[in-house]
Design a protein around this ligand. Structure first.
Ligand code: GLC
Length: 709
């Protein structure tokens, strides 16, 4: 291969996914061997035409790898990743990404830019929607499931897709939750939280990584040698390849890290970034840098080898054909899987006086801007989904004429501020038994570059809810959004709340079944839900501080006596107006019945470093519904040479319990579960540990264990 052809493999070029023609420039670049991958081609014939040129006309005949953001479905759209995380069910994620790969394969796409593994502790950040939430352990379990689903166990399987762990690294720690913003993460926190899911993906054999837009501690991620070269490639022995994010190489000039594109190319290549997405710093400068002795051809060969290795594993050198049978798009079993994912992603947050599920004989008013929003229901990163295939809640109720219901939107999109339809909604509400208010955010208010400083329901949704509340009729608020919503203004106006995230193609039937009791909510929050945006960033695995707040000492701002003595309110870590706990904690979710946790015990309260201990609990379904229960094991290292979080999720199990059934669940604990990263290495220190087996990050009573050397 010539230098031009080697650099060509490091180039990812693209077309607009809406262009009707293939550019001659792109075809010529492929013909000359100056392209390694193409992104966003959305016609099978274009894929075949470009591949034909690459294999038959380019100097080395090296096949292209076609890439696309197949994030939570290709045509059949699953819930957004934050919603899928709320299922706490790896099998759902694995099945969904397998289906996405099979559907995307009909377009010749063999590389997806998923899973997104950024730990997200700030719901102002638009991309929390694409994440698996705030917890490293849950995100790690799901990162492995995504990898298995997209890649299968054999990348040469013709329907496999190379998966891509993104965005490497620290993107979710963007200051202020503002996208692309600065991230400052100390080395211990980087390893103990942000790197964990990425390491899990490498352990599962993920094929590629993508660097992130943010700078990490003063160095843009696309040139972060400590992250890419030292940690990912040298320490973790990752043998796939690393692609930049869109123009993130040349954006290092705007970052103020490189003076020009030539320096950006050098810094990224020296950090061991293998492929450049869209920008052309490598194409324009790498050969010159090699000729000037600033970079070496041997280093370039390593970059090219990592790219060719994945193309080889994908079987592209043997066969670039793909199954164009589009009859599998929206196949019945795909839709069923999407409906199951939507069903199990919904989190029941409030159910005052058990008004849910609703009796079939009830007269229902359906209202709100998200009740019949087929495009927005699919959520962010779903541009290949077909909104005409979406079944909305209104569609689902209309398909069931056994349920008496009326639909008056009241508002036509989430930011709608026109209130002239309110009187009709109020009048209809007065004649109904119950109000289903489908509120939330349009898809465009979530995802990349869509951070919000005010995370309340947009437009006049709150006003309509407050007017409906005056009718005295029970209100069920079903939220479709890409983030936890600040409910502080309307929490007391609604009787029940379901968080449906953006539930995808089959969200309507799933929600109808849940509301009418045909199915039972089982989702659990993958993120802490703040009382108000002022509490953000907020997460359960926080440090204790030297003055931890307590319920006993907290005095709400409205209850502070006039002229109160300066130090009379307890000098500890809380907000006068919002306390110190979220509205709903990580791992939280109500059910229709009741499940009892009893007999929590450790098999021993002493453990040596080489021993293991079993933590067990008995879970009993005391209700009349079949429940899906996610049992969570948390630990706390009480004292260590580095302060540790007040709780850390270290295991979980999701079970099905028939009415009246009991099951004893046991988790094995070893020193591996207790280790943490400090001063450049993973250590486990002797000492005392607390363990909880509970329904969420705030419940349960701990059992103590003493770990000795
Ligand atoms: C975007 C996103 C990234 C995506 C890529 C290709 O800017 O940051 O997640 O995969 O570009 O579309």
């Amino acid at each position: 291969m010539t230098l031009v052809e080697k650099v060509g493999q490091t180039a990812q070029r693209g077309t607009s996914s809406r262009s009707k023609t293939l550019s001659e420039d792109l075809k010529q670049a492929v013909r000359e061997g100056r392209v390694g991958s193409v992104i966003n081609v959305t016609k099978a014939e274009f894929v075949k035409e470009l591949q034909e040129i690459a294999v038959k006309e380019s100097p080395q005949g090296i096949p292209l790898i076609f890439a696309r953001d197949v994030i939570h479905g290709y045509k059949t759209i699953f819930p957004i990743p934050l919603g899928q995380a709320a299922t706490w069910d790896a099998s759902i994620i694995e099945q969904g990404s397998r289906i996405a790969a099979v559907e995307a394969n009909t377009m010749g796409i063999r590389w997806t830019f998923a899973p997104m593994l950024d730990i997200s502790r700030d719901p102002r950040w638009g991309r929390i929607a694409e994440s698996a939430g705030e917890d490293p352990y849950l995100t790690t379990v799901l990162s492995k499931a995504y990898t298995r689903g997209f890649q299968t166990s054999d990348l040469s399987n013709p329907t496999s897709m190379a998966a891509c762990a993104k965005h490497f690294v620290g993107y979710g720690a963007a200051e202020g939750g503002r996208d692309y913003n600065t991230a400052v993460i100390d080395n211990a926190l980087l390893h103990n939280v942000y790197l964990k899911p990425f390491k899990g993906a490498v352990e599962e054999g993920i094929a590629t990584f993508m660097t992130s837009f943010n700078e990490l501690n003063g160095i843009p991620a696309s040139a972060h040698a400590y992250a890419i070269k030292q940690t990912l490639k040298e320490q973790w022995k990752f043998d796939g390849f690393v692609v930049s994010d869109w123009n993130s190489v040349t954006e290092m000039i705007a970052h103020g890290y490189c003076k020009d594109e030539k320096e950006a190319a050098l810094r990224a290549a020296q950090a061991s970034l293998d492929m450049e997405m869209m920008s052309e710093a490598y194409e324009k400068n790498l050969i010159t840098l090699i000729k000037e002795g600033k970079f070496t051809e041997a280093a370039l060969d390593k970059m090219v080898a990592s790219i060719l290795r994945i193309k080889l594993k994908l079987g592209l050198f043997e066969d670039t054909s793909f199954n164009e049978d589009t009859s599998i798009l929206y196949a019945e079993e795909h839709l069923k899987a999407a409906q199951r994912a939507a069903l199990e992603s919904v989190v029941l947050l409030k159910n005052k006086k058990q008004i849910l599920p609703i009796k079939a004989s009830s007269k229902i008013l359906i209202t709100g801007p998200m009740a019949d929003a087929p495009l927005d229901q699919m959520g962010t990163w779903s541009f290949d989904g077909d909104a005409s295939k979406t079944i909305t809640p209104v569609d689902a109720f209309r398909q069931d004429n056994s349920i008496e219901h009326q639909f008056i939107p009241g508002l036509h999109f989430s930011r709608d501020s026109v209130t002239n339809a309110f009187p009709a909604v109020i009048a209809a509400a007065k004649k109904s038994d119950v109000i289903f208010f489908f509120g939330g955010e349009e898809a465009i208010l979530s995802g990349e570059a869509h951070s919000r400083a005010d995370i309340r329901l947009p437009g006049k949704q709150e006003a309509l809810l407050q007017q409906l509340s005056k009718t005295g009729k029970p209100i069920v608020l079903i939220i479709m959004a890409g983030r936890p919503i600040d409910l502080s203004n309307i929490l007391s106006d609604v009787d029940a709340i379901m968080m449906a995230w953006h539930p995808g193609t089959m969200g309507g039937p799933a929600l109808k079944d849940l509301l009418m009791g045909e199915a039972v909510p089982s989702g659990r929050l993958p993120v802490s839900w703040p009382k108000t945006v002022g509490q953000v960033p907020i997460h359960y695995n926080h440090k204790n501080t030297g003055r931890p707040a307590s319920k006993e000492s907290f005095v709400h701002i409205n209850d502070i006596p006039v002229g109160a003595w300066q130090s009379s309110l307890g000098n500890d870590s809380h907000y006068l107006d919002a306390g110190f706990e979220p509205l709903y904690p990580f791992g939280f979710g109500l059910q229709y019945g009741s499940v009892e946790y009893t007999d929590f015990k450790l098999s021993a309260n002493e453990m040596g470093m080489q021993d293991s201990v079993h933590a067990s609990i008995t879970v009993t379904n005391r209700g009349s519904y079949t429940e899906q229960e996610t049992i969570q094991l948390y630990m706390q290292d009480e004292f260590a040479s580095l302060t540790r979080p007040v709780r850390e999720l270290i295991n979980f199990e999701k079970i099905v319990l028939q009415p009246g059934a009991s099951k004893t669940i046991s988790f094995t604990i070893t020193k591996e579960d207790l280790k943490f990263y400090h001063n450049g290495k993973w250590i486990t220190e002797a000492g005392t540990f607390n363990f909880w087996i509970s329904q969420n990050a705030q419940s349960g009573t701990p059992e103590k264990l003493t770990l000795s050397e």
